[in-house]
Write a protein that binds this ligand. Structure first.
Ligand code: AHM
Ligand code: MG
Length: 331
């Protein structure tokens, strides 16, 4: 008889919450709502290849409905899954310039959600994996409807973080501060099933590095020296998709390092601290890896604006330490 037990993400989240004696279900409700939003987005992403047939963004589809761009669609799905559950004080998203208030007609709660609804969406047209990223904080402002201050907490204060990768299958990976767990969506039953319990970043036999090497000439001497050193190794290879969640997901499961440094065109790097780097950094650290801005932990930075950028070096601890050594004295 097969002794394997099926564990759904909802069940897993409830079990996780039992670790906090004073938890009252809010935290698990938020993550469960996030998983629901992910399923809706996944369904739409899987349909994206049919857009040419059923209608382009901005046009009407065969049902006569307005077809939205997928990143706008994802934004609306997450917002509408979250605005009325009574657990959030406010939200912030890559798609919205200011903090997103909870509508007056709904109750508020003690948590703050930051997210990138659909990262890498320029890859959709060519069927490359894309993702959703999110981080969760406790409100600190004392204001019922939250303030900017609540969204600008440093990443070490995150109480949960996760991402969804819409790939050959859809996976949701999350941490609530006790390890990292991955769930694969079974579309036939509409459930995320635990497939990757307690993920640890492996020390791989092959050193995989993942970066946009076309920017080599724009990098600082330290980053160039790091890559020059990697290229001399027998055991080294490169992988770069150009879709953040996908590149970090592979790094989490296979080991290696992903980095997007500052360069002469992007002096602060490209990736966003609050809703891209910080959630991924929490996950990587929880899996035994590291995430650095080049001279220290990403999670210890204090954001000063919602959409601020940061250099990011993330992956196996050994490689992140190596690159930090190469960058010593640069910033
Ligand atoms: P976007 O927010 O415009 O989608 O850009 C974010 C994406 C990341 O998914 C990816 O890591 C990076 O941009 C790739 O940038 P580049 O094309 O410069 O290599
Ligand atoms: Mg993005």
């Amino acid at each position: 008889m097969n002794e394997t037990h099926l564990v759904t993400i909802d069940r897993h989240i409830i079990d996780e919450e039992r670790r906090f004696p004073d938890a009252r279900g809010a935290f698990s409700n938020i993550l469960t709502d996030m998983a629901l939003a992910a399923k809706v987005i996944s369904r739409e992403v899987n349909m994206a290849g049919l857009l040419d047939i059923v209608g382009q963004a901005g046009h009407r589809n065969v049902q006569g409905e307005q077809v939205q761009k997928l990143d706008v669609f994802a934004q609306n799905v997450i917002y509408r899954a979250m605005d009325h559950n009574g657990h959030l004080a406010c939200m912030a998203s890559e798609e919205v310039e200011d903090i997103i208030p909870i509508p007056e007609k709904f109750p508020t709660g003690d948590y703050v959600l930051v997210f990138d609804p659909l990262d890498g969406s320029s890859n959709i047209d060519v069927n490359v994996s894309i993702g959703t990223i999110f981080g969760l904080y406790r409100k600190v402002s004392g204001q019922a409807r939250g303030t900017l201050e609540d969204c600008l907490q440093s990443g070490v204060r995150q109480i949960a973080a996760g991402y969804v990768v819409y790939g050959s299958s859809t996976m949701m990976v999350y941490t609530a501060g006790a390890g990292v767990h991955g769930f694969t969506l079974d579309p036939s039953i509409g459930e995320f099933i635990l497939s990757h319990p307690d993920i640890r970043v492996p020390e791989a036999e092959i050193t995989l590095y993942s970066t946009n090497e076309a920017y080599y000439h724009r990098w600082t001497p330290g980053v160039r020296a790091f890559v020059d050193g990697l290229r001399t190794r027998e055991d080294c290879s490169a992988r770069y998709v150009g879709s953040l969640v996908t590149d970090v997901h592979r790094t989490l499961l296979r080991g290696g390092i992903f980095f997007y440094p500052r360069d002469s065109r992007s002096p602060d790097g490209k990736l966003r601290l609050v809703y891209e780097a910080n959630p991924l950094a929490m996950i990587m650290e929880q899996a035994g890896g590291r995430a650095s801005h080049g001279a220290g932990r990403v999670l210890e930075l204090t954001p000063t604006s919602l959409h601020q950028r940061t250099p990011l070096f993330i992956g196996s601890a050994r490689l992140v330490e190596e690159v930090e050594a190469c960058l010593a004295g640069e910033s």
